[in-house]
Design a protein around this ligand. Structure first.
Ligand SMILES: Cc1cc2nc3c(=O)[nH]c(=O)nc-3n(C[C@H](O)[C@H](O)[C@H](O)COP(=O)(O)OP(=O)(O)OC[C@H]3O[C@@H](n4cnc5c(N)ncnc54)[C@H](O)[C@@H]3O)c2cc1C
Length: 419
């Protein structure tokens, strides 16, 4: 059976490998010249299933109002963008009700945990190297009430699924000595021993190479023009080079999934939410934090990459499909990093870093769209929002099982694209 995968980001690359492992004849297509050149390119690098909840939790509306119009905000939602969000925006707000949020979060956490299991399996089996760390991750809090609230909520979200270690400021610094200069500002931290990190693009490239080694055909630099159907049955995909006959097709086109489906009359609720990163190569490796650190309130992460690399990533701007990097937003991100890691502050200048902007493909309930569409043979694996790498391997394996007619190891109902 011939299966075409559209999109060679981390989700599409994993889908191609999972399919080829199950004996399908796979073609992986991307308009870019290389694997993982779009949203998966220089992201925050966290494999963090125990905090893979959607962003729209209780208090969302208040937070949006609080930050509206503020240049240093972790979110930016310019008023002129509001009408464009339409129904998606209303659903996004509605899903922030506590009960909905908890259900959405637990669905993502289950998928994330399954995904981590699959990622470890591939890493061992195929010796994929991607500047990985496997020593856990830490969420930081700078006010006692925020820390207490976060801990209570985290315990509820991960009950029966995983463990978190609450740490006071002293214990945070004992685990991550790079935070010593800000010890007096810290209220506490949540340490997740099972979390991992690395370079998502290297990982996706390693996975795609393995898929190719096992027989998948790579077609990079080729853009999809049309998904061809006969009545309600998929028959081919048409690129700007040629028409490729297919028995099945998985769309893993991240934020562009919506446009690919529109001509077929299938509407999916994915909005691009832009974030940024800056990657530095630093000489003074001893002062680099070893653990991935997440400052939830300011919505940014720091990530060690190899011996001397450090990435700062984050912020969330509703800015449509544009991938520009407004200098003022990069300044906010770098200022956050300077405050968190003052010993390294002088290094964090735009000129010294490799700067990047990416679009998170966000659904209103924060769960990915994973499964069949109403067109026979057409499947989706898209809309993973801020946690695409964390959920990529599991999404791919579960969907590939489904296409192969096997029972997936996790229940796919919560991610059904028609929900
Ligand atoms: C700042 C930032 C930090 C993040 N940090 C993390 C993190 O720490 N952990 C985590 O798990 N996730 C993180 N994410 C989210 C994660 O990066 C995304 O969820 C993930 O990359 C989405 O992958 P994807 O494969 O679905 O999309 P993409 O990587 O965008 O891949 C889609 C591909 O489809 C191709 N395509 C689209 N249209 C067509 C067409 N017509 N023809 C051919 N090809 C097409 C594109 O070229 C692209 O390569 C972060 C995101 C951002 C922006």
């Amino acid at each position: 059976m011939r299966v075409t995968v559209i999109g060679a980001g981390v989700v599409g690359a994993c889908t191609a490998l999972a399919l080829v492992e199950r004996g399908f004849e796979v073609t992986l297509i991307d308009q870019r010249e290389r694997v993982a050149e779009a949203s998966s390119h220089a992201n925050g690098g966290g494999i963090t299933p125990l905090h893979s909840e959607p962003w729209n939790g209780p208090g969302l509306a208040g937070s949006l109002l609080k930050y509206m119009g503020r240049a240093d905000a972790p979110w930016q939602l310019p008023p002129q963008r509001l009408p464009g969000l339409g129904r998606w925006g209303i659903r996004f707000l509605a899903q922030s009700r506590r009960a909905r949020f908890v259900a959405n979060a637990r669905a993502n956490i289950r998928l994330g945990l399954y995904s981590l299991d699959r990622l470890r399996d591939w890493r061992e089996r195929y010796a994929i190297d991607y500047a990985q760390t496997t020593a856990g991750s830490m969420q930081l809090y700078f006010s006692r009430p925020a820390f207490d609230r976060a801990l209570a909520m985290r315990r509820e979200l991960i009950a029966g699924l995983g463990e978190v270690e609450p740490l006071d400021a002293e214990a945070v610094v004992a685990r991550e000595p790079a935070l010593a200069p800000v010890a007096d500002q810290l209220a506490g931290g949540l340490f997740y021993p099972t979390h991992e990190s690395g370079d998502a693009a290297f990982f996706a490239q390693g996975v795609a190479e393995e898929a190719e080694r096992q027989g998948a055909q790579m077609r990079l630099g080729e853009s999809i023009r049309r998904i061809v159907c006969d009545k309600q049955q998929l028959t081919a995909v048409e690129t700007d080079h040629e028409t490729i006959p297919a028995d099945a097709c998985v769309i893993a086109a991240g934020p562009e999934t919506t446009e690919l489906l529109r001509p077929l009359g299938i509407r999916v609720p994915i909005q691009p939410v832009r974030g940024y990163s800056a990657t530095f190569e630093l000489e003074d490796a001893e002062s680099l934090p070893a653990l991935p650190l997440l400052d939830t309130a300011r919505r940014f992460v720091t990530l060690r990459l190899g011996e001397r690399g450090l990435r700062i990533a984050g912020l969330a701007d509703f800015a449509g499909h544009h991938r520009a990097i407004p200098p003022a937003r990069m300044d906010v991100l770098l200022d956050n990093a300077r405050n968190l890691l003052p010993a390294l502050a002088d290094h964090f200048t735009p000129a010294a870093g490799r700067l990047w902007a990416g679009l998170r493909p966000v659904t209103p309930d924060g769960r990915p769209l994973l499964g069949a569409t109403r067109i026979e043979g057409l499947y989706l694996n898209a809309g993973h929002g801020p946690m695409g790498w964390t959920m990529a391997c599991g999404s791919a394996c579960a969907l590939a099982d489904r296409i192969a007619g096997r029972t997936p190891e996790i229940d796919l109902l919560p991610y059904d694209p028609s929900r």
